[in-house]
Design a protein around this ligand. Structure first.
Ligand SMILES: *Cc1c(COP(=O)(O)O)cnc(C)c1O
Length: 406
């Protein structure tokens, strides 16, 4: 299907709204993506006609729900080109996926004196779980630095991966700077030292085709709600040989193969990591979201989004005292900025008066802000439905904010 932004906009009912009498401009897709009709309708249809629990059913609807649920797993496998569906685990989201690996993997693998390497641009979700397991094991959390443009310093990163490094946890794309990291190169460096690589794909999956086998990632995580899917569903991919050796993360129903009061044995992959009733409607609707993205193909999407990114970068740069943080050569369409002498929250508040939805603050990357020496930024993040007109509205509103706040 060829890409027509006006047709795409018609898929997102939220965009038809006026906020305070003004047409909504949604520039907060990095926080959560809007949902297109096929996803909204899939949730409604499931809840109207198809409700049943999965995997233990003895009736038609239970079998049907199980089939749709497992079909989504296969869609996800294909979407990130994993080898097997057994390597695709449903979680609540990226955060739970990180916690699953950090907890379960660390329990059996992390020892005193070991090192875990993260980077300066990580989201709190890819910092705190590692911090906690390092503390518990007596391991060290090391941090790879970034340049002023917001790119990883690869030579420093290489030096930080040593024979003590057990895992490198790195974001594929920064939710604050937009930087796309060279994951393939990082897995190469890590594997040479016998370290694993966990990739936080929360921002990347909506913008670029991801191939976990080509990346040679050991683990890869993302959230449904950032790729036009529902809240409460996420994915953890892991290589089978690693997942096989990891103990359960949570326990209870579904994840067992047999239970006695003395001893329980665990189900096979992926069910070993899926205790309890999953978010079935969200999983099935995530399948609809992946189908929706698949209609366009990433080369079309990338073309549209990089054009908007360049236009936004150029237009915002022309505003006096405005500095864009994050000017990496390879970026997803996220522009974070500060204006000297103005507070990020004040600017966002005036943008909100103009019905422009952005985010202001630390964007769950407080250590990165300390590195950048700013208390917070305004972040505009773009998606497939954004236009140059949206950028123009943003620029006009930022100029207005400067005048009003002076
Ligand atoms: C949003 C985000 C997360 C956390 O995702 P949740 O859906 O809140 O679990 C982690 N990392 C990055 C880079 C993100 O953008």
């Amino acid at each position: 299907m060829s890409f027509d932004v006006n047709k795409v906009r018609a898929d997102f009912p939220q965009l038809t709204q006026k906020i305070r009498g003004k047409q909504l401009v949604y520039l907060d897709s990095a926080a959560t993506a809007l949902k297109p009709w096929p996803v909204i309708e899939r949730i409604g249809h499931f809840n109207s006609y198809e409700v049943a629990n999965v995997h233990r059913g003895a009736h038609y609807l239970a079998d049907q729900a199980t089939n749709y649920f497992e079909q989504t797993r296969e869609k996800v496998r294909k979407f990130i080109n994993a080898k097997e569906t057994a390597e695709i685990i449903f979680t609540k989201g990226t955060t739970e996926s990180v916690n699953l690996v950090a907890t379960s993997w660390a329990r059996t693998n992390l020892r005193a004196g070991d090192e875990v390497l993260i980077t300066e641009m990580e989201h709190h979700a890819n910092i705190v779980p590692w911090q906690l397991v390092c503390e518990e094991a007596g391991a060290f959390l090391k941090v790879a630095p970034i340049s002023d443009l917001g790119e990883l310093k690869m030579d420093e990163l290489e030096k930080l991966i040593t024979e003590k490094t057990r895992i490198v946890a790195v974001t594929h794309a920064s939710n604050h700077l937009g930087t796309i990291n060279p994951i393939q190169k990082i897995t190469e460096l890590a594997h040479k030292q016998g370290a694993l690589v966990f990739v936080d794909g929360a921002q990347m999956v909506a913008y670029r085709a991801v191939d976990v086998q080509a990346l040679n990632a050991d683990f890869y995580a993302f959230s449904g709600h950032k790729i036009f899917g529902p809240f409460g569903i996420g994915i953890l991919y892991g290589k089978r040989e690693l997942l096989e050796k990891m103990p359960p993360y949570q326990s209870g129903g579904s994840m067992i193969s047999s239970v006695t009061f003395k001893l329980s044995t665990f189900n096979e992959l992926p069910f070993k990591f899926e205790a309890g009733t999953p978010n079935i409607e969200a999983a099935i609707a995530l399948g609809a979201a992946l189908d929706y993205v698949g209609r366009f193909g990433f080369s079309e999407l990338e073309k549209h989004e990089s054009e908007i990114l360049s236009y936004a970068t150029e237009s915002l740069s022309e505003i006096g005292q405005l500095t864009i943080l994050g000017l990496a050569a390879n970026k997803v369409p996220i522009v974070s900025f500060v204006i000297k002498g103005f507070h990020h929250s004040d600017i966002a508040q005036i943008l909100d008066q103009e019905a422009i939805a952005v985010r202001a603050g630390h964007h769950c990357t407080q250590p990165l802000l300390r590195r950048l020496l700013v208390p917070g930024t305004v972040r505009a993040s773009f998606s497939i439905f954004n236009t140059r007109a949206d950028v123009d509205r943003l620029v006009t509103a930022v100029k207005k904010a400067k005048e009003l706040l002076l």
